[in-house]
Design a protein around this ligand. Structure first.
Ligand code: SF4
Ligand code: SF4
Length: 331
C-alpha cells in the first residue's frame, strides 16, 4: 500500500472512477519549449508523436460514447502533423463534442502556425493557456528567455479574434508556482492577473486555473538536484485535504497517450502507470499476445465507472491545500 492509499484508508476514503466526462489525449512529447517544471520532459527533440492511424482509432472509439469533451495536450499538441485533422474529425461527430486545446501560447507565433488561432476560433476550440506569472522575470525563468513577450503577443492575438470576450470562445490561463511551494488562492491570483494583464497589455481572459507542480518529470529532477524532494513531499503530505477527493480529475477524465494507451491521468501517464485488463490472460484471446496493457480501443465504455484508480506518492500533489486539477483548484 503506498502512502497515498494509506492516507485515504486511514480516513475511510476511497477513490474510484465516476462517469467519464473528458477524454484527455496527449498527442506526444514534441514541444517548442523546454520548461523547467515540465512533467512530460517535452522538448523540440522528442520523437514521440501520435500517428493518423491512432487518431482514427481514438475518434472511432469516442464516436461510440457520450463523452462530451475532448481535451488535447502534449508537449505542444499543435506540433503533431495530424493535430488539425484530429479536431476536424471530432467536430464532425454527432452529437458534437467540445474541444479544449492546452496551449503554451508561443506556438501560435511560430513559423507555420500563424493561422492556427483563426482555425481555433472558427471551430470554437476552448483555449487553456499556460501563463505561470504576469511578470516577465518569472515566466522567462521558468519557460525560457522571450517566452513572456511571446505569450503576451499570442494573448493579444487571441483577444483580437474574440477569445476571452465572446462566450463561445473561452480563454483560460494556467498558473503554476515557480518553485517548491503551493499555489496561493485561485480567486485572489485571478484578480491580480486580470488587473495586471489588462492594465499593462490590454489583455482579458475568463478564468485562471491554479495548478500544483507534481514531483515527477523535470520538476522532480530539479527538486532532487537541489536536495529538496523530501521537503516538498512533506509539504504536500502535510497539506492533504480530504475535501479534494470528490473533485479529483482522475474520477471523470480518461487519459490517453500518443500510442493510444490508457491511464487515469496525465501524471500517471508520464509515470507509465498504464491501465491493465483484469481478465485472466487465458480468456483474453490470442490477439494481444497475453499482454494485459490496455489501449483505448480495448476499453468497454460501459465498464469505466467504478474502476479503481492507480495512485502513488505524486497524488499528494492533487490533494494538497485547495487541490489541483486540469480545471484548477478543486475546493
Ligand atoms: S510545460 Fe508545456 S510548454 Fe513547457 S516544455 Fe512542457 S509541454 Fe512544453
Ligand atoms: S495524480 Fe492526481 S489525478 Fe492522477 S491519479 Fe493521482 S490524484 Fe488522481
Amino acid at each position: 500500500m503506498n502512502r497515498f492509499t494509506q492516507t485515504l484508508s486511514e480516513r475511510s476514503l476511497s477513490l474510484r472512477r465516476a462517469r467519464p466526462e473528458i477524454l484527455q489525449v496527449n498527442l506526444g512529447k514534441l514541444c517548442n519549449l523546454t520548461c523547467v517544471h515540465c512533467h512530460v520532459n517535452a522538448g523540440p527533440k522528442r520523437k514521440e508523436i501520435m500517428t493518423r492511424e491512432t487518431v482514427d482509432r481514438i475518434v472511432d472509439w469516442l464516436a461510440n460514447t457520450e463523452i462530451p469533451t475532448v481535451d488535447l495536450t502534449g508537449g505542444a499538441p499543435e506540433m503533431i502533423p495530424d493535430f488539425r485533422y484530429f479536431i476536424e474529425r471530432v467536430k464532425e461527430l454527432q452529437p458534437s463534442r467540445h474541444v479544449i486545446d492546452r496551449c503554451n501560447l508561443t506556438i501560435l507565433l511560430e513559423e507555420g502556425y500563424h493561422d492556427l488561432a483563426e482555425f481555433f476560433a472558427d471551430r470554437q476550440v476552448e483555449i487553456v493557456a499556460s501563463m505561470p506569472c504576469y511578470s516577465a522575470k518569472n515566466v522567462n525563468a521558468q519557460r525560457g528567455e522571450g517566452v513572456f513577450e511571446g505569450s503576451i503577443e499570442a494573448l493579444q492575438l487571441l483577444n483580437s479574434l474574440g477569445y476571452g470576450i465572446d462566450p463561445a470562445l473561452p480563454l483560460h490561463l494556467v498558473y503554476n508556482p515557480v518553485g517548491a511551494f503551493l499555489p496561493s488562492r485561485q480567486e485572489k491570483l485571478e484578480a491580480d492577473y486580470k488587473r495586471e494583464l489588462e492594465k499593462h497589455f490590454g489583455i482579458v481572459f475568463n478564468r485562471l486555473y491554479t495548478l500544483t507542480n507534481l514531483p515527477i518529470g523535470r520538476f522532480a529532477a530539479y527538486l532532487r538536484h537541489n536536495d529538496r524532494l523530501d521537503e516538498y513531499m512533506q509539504l504536500l503530505i502535510g497539506a492533504f485535504n480530504p475535501a479534494t477527493i470528490e473533485g479529483l480529475m482522475c474520477r471523470n477524465t480518461i487519459s490517453v497517450g500518443w500510442r493510444g494507451e490508457v491511464y487515469d491521468c496525465d501524471y500517471n501517464q508520464q509515470l507509465g502507470m498504464q491501465w491493465e485488463d483484469a481478465t485472466p490472460s487465458s480468456r483474453r484471446g490470442i490477439g494481444n499476445g497475453g499482454d494485459s496493457s490496455l489501449f483505448l480501443w480495448d476499453v468497454d465504455p460501459a465498464k469505466i465507472k467504478d474502476r479503481e484508480i492507480a495512485t502513488g506518492d505524486h497524488c499528494f500533489g492533487c490533494t494538497a491545500g485547495a487541490g489541483s486539477s486540469c480545471g484548477g483548484a478543486i475546493v
